[in-house]
Design a protein around this ligand. Structure first.
Ligand code: HEC
Length: 143
């Protein structure tokens, strides 16, 4: 009986691998904040390593992101992240929306709510120093 249950589990795990779970990634569009000519290099590099995977359309996936059921969980986070704040769509935001996102960003980066802790467990280069947090905040406050 135990063997049968294990077999069923293995089959389920194999089948769910075929369910698409990760949102698509596309090249950085013109509307992206990341391709602006006046984007300072240090800000770009912080955004790239700590925010991009969840807050742009150019997410890169580590191998384990493709493994279900982990892929469902990661896919949901990225979809939610992109919906709330998307660097690739930045120039399409109305001025009022930009101002609101900047306010949220400053608060979340200051309070260390972003990047999400569960992300920095696996991406140690996304752990931000106080100095890096200040660089990010100063930049967004200057926009
Ligand atoms: C692992 C994915 C992930 C990473 C990495 C991440 N975020 Fe988020 N972020 C989210 C999710 C999911 C939400 C929406 C839910 C919430 O507010 O917790 C969010 C919300 C936000 C919001 C709020 C937008 C709003 O309107 O409420 C801002 C601003 C933000 N993130 C900025 C950042 C910045 C800046 C970084 C990098 C320093 C970052 N995030 C890194 C997933 C992520």
């Amino acid at each position: 009986m135990k063997k049968k249950a294990l077999l069923v589990l293995i089959i389920i795990l194999a089948v769910i691998q075929f369910i698409p779970a990760l949102p698509e990634s596309s090249p950085e569009p013109q509307s992206s904040l990341l391709v602006r000519d006046d984007m300072p290099e240090d800000v770009q590099s912080i955004l790239q390593s700590a925010c991009n995977d969840c807050h742009s359309n150019t997410s890169t996936w580590p191998w384990y992101a493709h493994v279900a059921p982990l892929s469902f969980w990661i896919g949901d986070h990225v979809e939610e992240g992109r919906e709330h704040f998307n660097l690739s769509e930045w120039e399409n935001y109305e001025p009022k929306k930009k101002a609101h996102k900047i306010e949220e960003l400053v608060e979340m980066v200051e309070e260390k709510e972003m990047p999400l802790e569960k992300y920095t467990w696996m991406h140690s280069d996304a752990k931000l120093s106080q100095e890096q947090r200040d660089v990010l905040i100063d930049y967004f406050e200057s926009l």
